[in-house]
Ligand binder design. Structure first.
Ligand SMILES: Cc1cn([C@H]2C[C@H](O)[C@@H](COP(=O)(O)OP(=O)(O)O[C@H]3O[C@@H](C)C(=O)[C@@H](O)[C@H]3O)O2)c(=O)[nH]c1=O
Length: 181
């Protein structure tokens, strides 16, 4: 496993060591010891999630203002642009975003710490997205920032308007959204 920096110091990309042979491939998609050795962090993952989406589907930007979730995200089919936004007022990178292409091919994982909003858009015909979270889903604490917020001005690499859930089409402006202290 190798760590690659992103545009934000606390958001990290992991590239697993892949063992290919005549049968196919093998890699450790998560190893607690390796993760700790590489990051100094020991997240306690309590939930695994799996979603599937068609091209142009954009999910986000989501976070839980209480019971915040750190997320270790990856793609097992297709390709997405994954985005994290720092929502921590005390952070030097407050209000900044970073993005990375995650795909079944590059097998990259992104670590999105607690205190960040997260979203992704599907760039391939279809994508399956898997992630581990450090706290449980708590819809009563969920917040959603609009994907096209003018302050954040995220480059989603879109050529057409995205497909959104009803909830995501009612996302808040970043400037009105609750933040972490
Ligand atoms: C996220 C989640 C949803 N659900 C249910 C609620 C709803 O009926 C259905 C779909 O939920 P959503 O529309 O919120 O799913 P989705 O838009 O995929 O939400 C996810 O988006 C990405 C970007 C994230 O970062 C995740 O943390 C999560 O917020 O699944 C759960 O039961 N548990 C969960 O952990």
């Amino acid at each position: 496993m190798q760590v690659v920096a992103t545009g934000l110091p606390d958001v990290l990309i992991f590239e697993p060591k892949v063992f290919g042979d005549a049968r196919g491939f093998f890699f450790e998609s998560y190893n607690q010891n390796t993760f700790q050795a590489l990051t100094g962090l020991s997240p306690n993952f309590v939930q695994d999630n799996h979603s599937a989406s068609a091209k142009g589907v954009l999910r986000g930007l989501h976070y839980q203002i209480r019971q915040p979730q750190g997320k270790l995200v990856r793609v097992v089919a297709g390709e997405v642009l994954d985005v994290a936004v720092d929502m921590r007022k005390s952070s030097p990178s407050f209000g900044r975003w970073t993005s990375a292409i995650l795909s079944a091919e590059n097998r990259r994982q992104m670590w999105v710490p607690e205190g960040f909003a997260h979203g992704f858009v599907v760039l391939s015909e279809f994508a399956e997205f898997l992630y581990k979270t450090t706290d449980f889903y708590a819809p009563e604490h969920e917040c959603c920032i609009r994907w096209d917020d003018p302050t954040l001005n995220i480059d989603w690499q879109l050529t057409a308007p995205p497909a959104l859930s009803a909830k995501d089409s009612r996302g808040l402006d970043f400037l009105l959204a609750p933040c972490f202290d």
